[in-house]
Design a protein around this ligand. Structure first.
Ligand SMILES: NC(=O)c1ccc[n+]([C@@H]2O[C@H](COP(=O)([O-])OP(=O)(O)OC[C@H]3O[C@@H](n4cnc5c(N)ncnc54)[C@H](OP(=O)(O)O)[C@@H]3O)[C@@H](O)[C@H]2O)c1
Length: 273
């Protein structure tokens, strides 16, 4: 395993595995691998880690050909808990390392100091349990503090809610300027982009679906995107969005959509930008 420290080898299209459970989950993840996805996004809280591992084994792809991300849950951020929890995740997946390990959420209500868990995730990387490290749902202030603690250039990505209806512009721009890859979760706004008055005509011009335009938007911005679906035809069409090339006019029209509300906004979450 080579210790990667930047985001250049993160495949820009990934398959989300929230809700992909049991035999149906394995089938969907396997279908994603057969369609061409090479990046699987799981988390300790999703319950999908074992099914990710099972699908990778059934695919007969080489371990190194699939990029696997997992995320540390908030209950494993206390001193001494993160590394053992990641070892349990590796056991669940059936691998000796993941490619990317993320802090899933900053500690709820700031209950645990950032230093406590950022140092532990660095330790996990030094132990070879993950090639890259990153964060999710971090604000600009938290990213700055995290980089002050562990050094600039260490955080490969910040996984955040981002789609044409909620572009999360401040944090996304900060990440892009700081060399931190944005990974878009809910890249198709859980299907709410269908029939949107700005997206529908763009989709029609490209002979595509609005969901494909939403994914292509994130990719055109230089972000990674991790849509999920339980249905093979959608798994395939979401992946096919990678070949769409939006025009500057398309991007400007999407950038002008009046942003809607954040969809995932727990009361214990950070003070968003
Ligand atoms: N870091 C975090 O805090 C965080 C939070 C949320 C999500 N995530 C990650 O991001 C991934 C994606 O987010 P998400 O699952 O919430 O949202 P999403 O990918 O934007 O949307 C998934 C939903 O849209 C439907 N869908 C998928 N493709 C479609 C298509 N082509 N046309 C119409 N509907 C379609 C799916 O239903 P069907 O199954 O019926 O197709 C599903 O209900 C998750 O799986 C997870 O890995 C991370």
């Amino acid at each position: 395993m080579s210790l990667g420290r930047d985001s250049t080898d993160i495949p820009r299209i990934g398959f989300g595995t929230y809700g992909r459970l049991g035999e149906a989950g394995v089938s969907a993840i396997l279908a994603a691998l057969e369609v061409g996805y090479r990046h699987l996004d799981t988390a300790q809280t999703y319950g999908s880690e074992a099914f990710v591992g099972e699908a990778v084994r059934r695919s007969r792809l080489k371990r190194d050909d699939v990029f696997i991300t997992t995320k540390i849950s908030s209950e494993n951020l206390d001193e001494g808990k993160l590394v053992p929890s990641l070892r349990r995740s590796l056991d669940q997946i059936g691998v000796d390392h993941v490619d990317l390990c993320l802090i899933h959420w900053p500690a709820p209500n700031g209950r645990i100091p950032l230093a406590t868990y950022m140092h532990q995730i660095v330790e996990a990387q030094a132990l070879g349990l993950t090639r890259l490290i990153g964060v999710s749902n971090f604000t600009i202030a938290l990213l700055k503090e995290a980089e002050r603690l562990i050094g600039r250039g260490r955080i490969a990505t910040n996984q955040i809610e981002l789609n044409p209806l909620f572009r999360n512009t401040k944090i996304a721009n900060y990440c892009s300027e700081s060399g931190i890859l944005v990974t878009c979760y809910q890249p198709i706004a859980q299907g709410r982009v269908s029939g949107h008055p700005v997206l529908a005509p763009i989709a029609a011009r490209h002979g595509a679906a609005e969901e494909q335009i939403a994914i292509a938007y994130g990719l055109a911005k230089g972000y990674a995107a991790i849509p999920t679906s339980s249905r093979v035809e959608r798994i395939r069409s979401n992946f096919a969005a990678t070949v769409l090339r939006l025009t500057p006019e398309d991007l400007a029209a999407i950038d002008a959509i009046v942003p809607g509300a954040r969809s995932i906004d727990p009361d214990w979450g950070p003070d968003w930008d």
